[in-house]
Design a protein around this ligand. Structure first.
Ligand SMILES: [Mg+2]
Length: 190
């Protein structure tokens, strides 16, 4: 394996946590069925504006890790992507989880869904991650990482991060190509 470390965000990059949150929420509050804002219309990173219970959604999320995690699905192609990526680079899952229980179930989720990786790093401040690339969907993270310079941020395309003007991928294959091209470049230069 080549000597290149890449960081991969977990939530909304590999794990479809939002769909699961809405599902679990509607199990508890079926009367809110038509009041939750459809995910396609979400455009920021706080859950608060999209649920009738408002700010209480944050505690709802923090307090229901088992239920939300267990029904979270990997995005289409995520497993194959991580398998292939792990064969060509050292892969760090770089993720912020709000409490210890969420850290625990997130690790379980990766194992149960057979996601390949070499290490997991729980970081609130992802600018601390040192590697070649960092794949993430959050525009605030991408901007901060670029500013700090410890890795090159790559955006996982979503309607709400269109203002990002750096590297962007719509499909996992494109990230594999970015990594492969860089590995080839490094070989030429060495
Ligand atoms: Mg994310």
């Amino acid at each position: 394996m080549a000597d290149m470390t890449v960081g991969i965000d977990l939530d909304l990059t590999l794990r479809d946590i939002n769909t699961a949150l809405v599902d679990v929420y509607l199990r508890k509050y079926p009367e809110h069925k038509d009041k939750v804002v459809p995910i396609s219309n979400w455009n920021v990173y706080s859950f608060t504006p999209y649920f009738p219970i408002g700010r209480a959604i944050q505690n709802f999320f923090a307090d229901n890790p088992d239920e939300i995690n267990s029904i979270s699905k990997p995005f289409y192609g995520a497993k194959d992507f991580m398998k292939e990526l792990s064969q060509i680079a050292k892969v760090s899952i770089v993720t912020f989880q709000i409490n210890d229980k969420w850290k625990e179930v997130s690790l379980k989720w990766l194992q149960e869904n057979d996601i390949s990786f070499h290490e997991i790093i729980f970081l609130k401040d992802k600018t601390k991650f040192e590697g070649k690339f960092l794949l993430d969907d959050c525009i605030h993270t991408l901007k901060a990482v670029r500013l700090k310079g410890n890795s090159t941020p790559v955006c996982r395309d979503y309607p709400w991060n269109q203002q990002w003007d750096g590297l962007r991928i719509k499909h996992y294959d494109e990230f594999l190509n970015i990594v492969r091209n860089n590995l080839a470049l490094e070989q030429i230069n060495n």
